[in-house]
Design a protein. Structure first.
Length: 429
């Protein structure tokens, strides 16, 4: 099939009629609120299947960030004038809103640049409490953001990193946990939802086992906040890290949420302005938590905008968003299996997964797959998805990944399947 032949076939996606919420025809949730989805790519309507990399943003989020710069822009916590007070209120309002969303008081929410910064803050911040020979358990399915900071820490402090392996079915091998958890285990770091396998990990169960051994539990919730319904308490973790941009919010903003006394254990890693109490030419003392972890001018514009994303999620309800992602994932699994010859990674049941599916088609290299799909307007991600050890374990250098947001519909998956057929035809398959 040539590209021209493929394009003659009816486009899988038509304009959505969802003016009042869900589209009655396709089941998308609030897709009319996401201006970017109106784009055309290479002459075709965009089919956006890369929400695990970043979600698109509702117009209300874009408007709130623009409004901040048009009407309120000033630096924060220096409230000598009206704009400074307004900017500070918006920034602190974001902290409170995130706390409410996850069921914790705002003073246990540290505002960062993203999940990666949050995880570096924990790993670096724990350094003074660790001794050579102490052990850290990290799962084999981590994104590099929740692996490399621990490897660096281990190198600097003489620690031992012990990998928690996965099973052939793409779940954590919990039978291995008891022997890995020792009297020297100080930290268990794990992802809530794998960005490659989609696996939802039983964080509460693992956290309970870790705590019995006196270890701290660090959860990378980059793929779960805004997608799965849960509170911080339910996870039973000490630290939880995530980025706003994967939860329908702006880029350059993330959070570290701490358990009741957990943040007290961290030494500030980034130091300078905004985070001090008093400074002499000899020494400095720190501002109270959480501000001591927020050195320098923060991304106030993004913080001013993120509550609009959380409002959109709450309006839809997390329960409904979760059901929607399960439905899309189940359909994607079914259609990909129907192609024949495609390896699909992670648990077989959609209920055990977040809203994403990684796959490998031996007929088309993942990079060619992504490029050919893009040529017909379909955006997927290909590569190692910043999880090289996991891909080594899976025995492939790269996979293709389709991932879903509230604005996706079953017909986007139909378009993907047609697109894969087209990609195969280019390689004579
Ligand atoms: N943890 C997980 C599980 C992730 O999926 C990602 C980003 C991060 C941490 C890092 O988040 P950041 O906002 O600090 O960059 N994951 C992806 C992805 O799967 N494709 O692009 C980015």
């Amino acid at each position: 099939m040539t590209r021209e032949d493929f394009l003659k076939a009816p486009a899988g996606v038509e304009p959505c009629d969802g003016q009042a919420g869900d589209c009655s025809r396709c089941g998308r949730i609030y897709s009319e609120r996401f201006p970017l989805l109106e784009r055309r790519i290479n002459g075709r309507p965009l089919v956006y299947l890369d929400s695990a990399a970043t979600t698109q943003k509702p117009g209300a989020v874009i408007a709130a960030e623009a409004r901040y710069y048009r009407e309120h822009n000033a630096n924060v916590h220096r409230g000598m004038h009206t704009l400074g007070v307004e900017a500070t209120d918006l920034y602190e309002g974001c902290r409170t809103r995130v706390g409410r969303f996850l069921g914790v008081p705002g003073d246990r929410v540290v505002i960062t640049r993203g999940a990666t910064s949050s995880l570096n803050l924990v790993a670096g911040g724990l350094a003074p409490t660790l001794k050579p020979g102490d052990e850290i358990i990290v799962t084999e399915m981590e994104h590099h953001a929740n692996l490399v900071p621990w490897l660096q820490l281990a190198k600097r402090e003489g620690l031992v990193v012990r990998p928690l392996p996965i099973t052939a079915g793409g779940e954590l091998d919990l039978a291995r946990l008891p022997s890995l958890l020792t009297a020297r285990t100080r930290v268990v770091a794990l992802t809530h939802v794998s960005n490659v396998l989609g696996t939802i990990n039983p964080v509460a169960e693992i956290a309970a086992a870790a705590r019995r051994r006196g270890a701290l539990v660090v959860v990378d919730a980059a793929q779960s906040v805004g997608h799965l319904p849960f509170t911080f308490e339910e996870l039973g973790a000490d630290f939880l890290a995530f980025s706003a941009h994967k939860a329908y919010g702006p880029m350059g903003l993330g959070f570290l949420v701490g358990g009741a006394d957990a943040l007290e254990r961290l030494e500030p890693v980034e130091v300078g302005g905004e985070m001090i109490d008093s400074v002499t030419m000899e020494a400095a003392t720190w501002a109270p938590i959480p501000h001591r972890f927020e050195a320098g001018t923060p991304n106030v514009g993004a913080a001013a905008a993120f509550p609009a994303a959380l409002d959109t999620i709450d309006e839809a309800t997390l329960q409904r968003l979760r059901q929607h992602e399960i439905s899309l994932t189940a359909y994607a699994l079914e259609r990909l299996r129907g192609l024949g010859g495609v390896t699909i990674y992670g648990p077989a049941e959609a209920e055990r997964r977040g809203g994403l599916v990684s796959f490998h088609d031996p007929m088309v290299h993942p990079h060619d797959m992504a490029q050919l799909l893009d040529s017909v307007g379909i955006a997927v991600r290909a590569g190692h998805h910043c999880a090289q050890p996991l891909h080594r374990r899976l025995g492939v250098v790269a996979t293709s990944r389709a991932s879903f947001g509230m604005y996706n519909a079953h017909e986007d998956i139909d378009a993907l399947i047609e697109g894969i057929g087209y990609a195969r035809s280019v390689f004579g398959a």
